[in-house]
Design a protein around this ligand. Structure first.
Ligand SMILES: Nc1ncnc2c1ncn2[C@@H]1O[C@H](COP(=O)(O)OP(=O)(O)O)[C@@H](O)[C@H]1O
Ligand SMILES: [Mg+2]
Length: 248
């Protein structure tokens, strides 16, 4: 077992009720790096993340977090063990301030440590500090995403699962989230498993990428290798999109 791997997903098959959606998915994520999980809508990307945190059913396979088998461990214990998760619809509380939102994320931290952890996270994202008393409803879309990410970082996760952090953002805000915020998370030592629809932008910041198609990993490798492939459009857009393009 390579100790440098913050997260290893081994042959995971997962889905809902009796139906597997993601099949035989294996992912390796090194400390302080970003692994991108790409693929067309409906490919099963979110299902892989949900399976890790107990929100989708695991049929088979193993999840190793920092060398420890955590398959099927309940979400709250997983959070304590160092797995952070920001779901696709980041459930920040719009009517609370940034600081109050961060406090909500600190529920697993001993009370006397909450202020210093919030301080540490505000240090990590200096642009957030002047906004800390502002109501989240008055933030930009990109700033809101940052609140969701910062909240997950309060527990100092070894691994952060990010499900489409750029969804519904303007291109400018999306670029800010990926090149500034997500990159900063990895630079601070947290491994990031990043699910993204914006494949090209994600490949621009990732160290390794996996492309999921109909629930299976069709190709994986360093971003440079993926960008060279002729079938890249098909891989990222999916079979239907390709047929539509070919048939005009
Ligand atoms: N809670 C659920 N119950 C049943 N099927 C689901 C559920 N969530 C997602 N699915 C199905 O799983 C498939 C993959 O979805 P998802 O993992 O969300 O894809 P992606 O994130 O790649 O767009 C889709 O066909 C979707 O309809
Ligand atoms: Mg999804």
């Amino acid at each position: 077992m390579d100790a440098a791997h913050a997260l290893e997903i081994r042959s995971l098959t997962a889905g809902y009720q009796d139906a597997p959606v993601a099949v035989d998915v294996s992912v390796q994520l090194a400390t302080s790096t970003i692994a991108a999980l790409l693929g067309p809508n409906g490919a099963g990307k979110s299902t892989v993340l949900k399976a890790l945190v107990g929100e989708a059913r695991v049929f088979s396979g193993t999840v190793i977090l920092q060398g420890q088998d955590v398959t099927g461990v309940p979400a709250e214990r997983l959070a304590k063990k160092g797995l952070g998760y920001v779901p696709q619809n980041d459930n920040v509380f719009p009517s609370l301030s940034v600081y109050e939102n961060l406090e909500m994320g600190a529920y697993l931290i001993p009370r006397r440590q909450v202020r210093s952890r919030i301080d540490a996270v505000l240090d990590q994202f200096p642009s957030l500090r002047p906004l800390s008393r502002r109501e989240v409803s008055r933030l930009s879309g990109g700033e809101r995403r940052l609140v969701a990410i910062a909240r997950a970082l309060l527990l100092s996760p070894a691994v952060l699962l990010l499900d489409e952090p750029t969804a519904n953002l303007s291109p400018m805000n999306a670029s800010l989230v990926l090149t500034e915020y997500v990159t900063q998370v990895a630079e601070s030592g947290t491994g990031v498993l990043l699910v993204e629809q914006r494949a090209k932008e994600a490949l621009g910041i990732a160290h390794h990428a996996y492309v999921l198609s109909s629930g299976r990993i069709e190709v994986s490798g360093p971003p440079s290798a993926l960008l060279e492939r002729e079938d890249i459009g098909r891989l990222f857009l999916g079979e239907t999109a390709r047929r539509a393009a070919v048939e005009g």
